[in-house]
Design a protein around this ligand. Structure first.
Ligand code: NAD
Ligand code: TYD
Length: 334
């Protein structure tokens, strides 16, 4: 199978690429990534010399770059991970979120039509459904995005669905819960808190810390996308969640325990504007129709993740100190 993975140098995409190369000997992957601040070649250092893998630096909104890759021939699918992904950054400066989500995804969809790519997989988030105060959202729930990030993702998803209905473009969409695991950029809750605690710093809990998220290990997500890619029905949407939901303060306390710190390391700070109180996905469909089940419990996954950050200070310290950007610009001549 020959795949174009976009945004493959970020957290979730790099874990997917590693999973594909490890589990499918016949797979060939081109990774198109703009290398924004979140895109990190070091996420894939271990596979960059694999002859089945090729990296192209570029923007999904750049038609010429996308053309140059796809005209090379015979791609079986595009899996689109490329997006600006951090809610707090979207509140400060939404423009890049919209450009990638709308013009970038539009460029990819047009390319799918032009080169008759058999499948386009759009990776999206439970955040498009907005805050769910009770119950769960299934695949038919209405979008009610409340941050510029989730509004941009919802815009992409609407565009993707419109291509299915209008042009019968062969698309499949997914909405995943909050992910965690190795190579997670240390601006998000779990990696920020782990690395802050390792550095002897405090952890900033927004508001009362009672906001609830559902947690999914990135390796379980890679397994789910593998199934959606190979067996998912075109035109369908699949939620990917675990049902493991908990307030941020509970995760904070688990991390304090794992890193042998006490509650004096907590700093309650001003809440995020428009902060969604709760997300909760109904993920019965992917279990029932594709036989997917998460394999990593949150307790084990969190422990493994803490261990990974302890063993990979060389990965996250340069990011936190700003050194990494200088390094890869030199290394890659960017
Ligand atoms: P990330 O920020 O770590 O990675 C995004 C990657 O996309 C980076 O490598 C970046 O350089 C690249 N990129 C951004 N704009 C681009 C553009 N215009 N052209 C090419 N590349 C571009 O984000 P992530 O956490 O890995 O998320 C990946 C995808 O998964 C996103 O679409 C996100 O919405 C979705 N998702 C993430 C989570 C989560 O918890 N992290 C949950 C559900 C869905
Ligand atoms: P985050 O990791 O940014 O993911 P998302 O906003 O996409 O869910 O945040 C997860 C939760 O943690 C969210 O409720 C905001 C909260 N949070 C904090 O309390 N402090 C922090 O420093 C960060 C980054 C997040």
């Amino acid at each position: 199978m020959k795949l174009l993975v976009t945004g493959g140098s970020g957290f979730v995409g790099s874990n997917f690429i590693r999973y594909q190369l490890a589990t499918h000997p016949d797979v060939q992957i081109v990774n198109l990534d703009k290398l924004t601040y979140a895109g990190n070649p070091a996420n894939l250092f271990d596979v960059e010399n694999d002859s089945r893998y090729r990296f192209v630096k570029g923007d999904i909104a750049d038609e010429a770059v996308v053309d140059a890759i796809l005209s090379d021939g015979d791609f079986d699918a595009i899996i689109n991970y490329a997006a600006e992904s951090h809610v707090d950054r979207s509140i400060l400066d939404p423009k890049a979120f919209l450009t990638t989500a709308v013009f970038g995804v539009h460029t990819l969809l047009e390319a799918v039509r032009k080169y008759q790519i058999p499948r386009f997989v759009q990776i999206s988030t439970d955040e498009v459904f907005g805050a769910i105060m009770e119950g769960e959202t299934d695949e038919f729930a209405a979008f009610e995005p409340r941050s510029p990030y989730s509004a941009a993702k919802a815009a992409s998803d609407h565009l993707v669905a419109s291509y299915w209905h209008t042009y019968q473009t062969p698309v499949v969409m997914t909405h995943a819960a909050n992910m965690y695991g190795p190579y997670h950029y240390p601006e998000k809750l779990i990696p920020l808190f782990i690395t802050n605690l390792m550095e002897g710093k405090k952890v900033p809990v927004y508001g009362d810390g009672m906001q609830i998220r559902e947690w999914l290990h990135t390796e379980d997500h890679a397994r789910a996308i593998d199934l959606v890619l190979r067996q998912g029905m075109l035109g369908q949407v699949y939620n990917i969640g675990t049902g493991e939901r908990m307030p941020n303060i509970e995760i904070t306390k688990l991390l304090l325990g794992l890193l042998e710190k006490d509650e004096s390391s907590i700093e309650y700070v001003k809440d995020r504007p428009g902060h969604d109180r709760r997300y909760a996905l109904n993920s019965q469909k992917i279990r029932r129709e594709l036989g997917w089940e998460p394999q990593i419990s949150f307790t084990n996954g969190l422990e493994q993740t803490v261990a990974w950050y302890k063993q990979h200070e060389d990965w996250w310290k340069p990011i936190k100190s700003g050194e990494f950007e200088k390094y890869y610009k030199q290394q890659y001549g960017l």
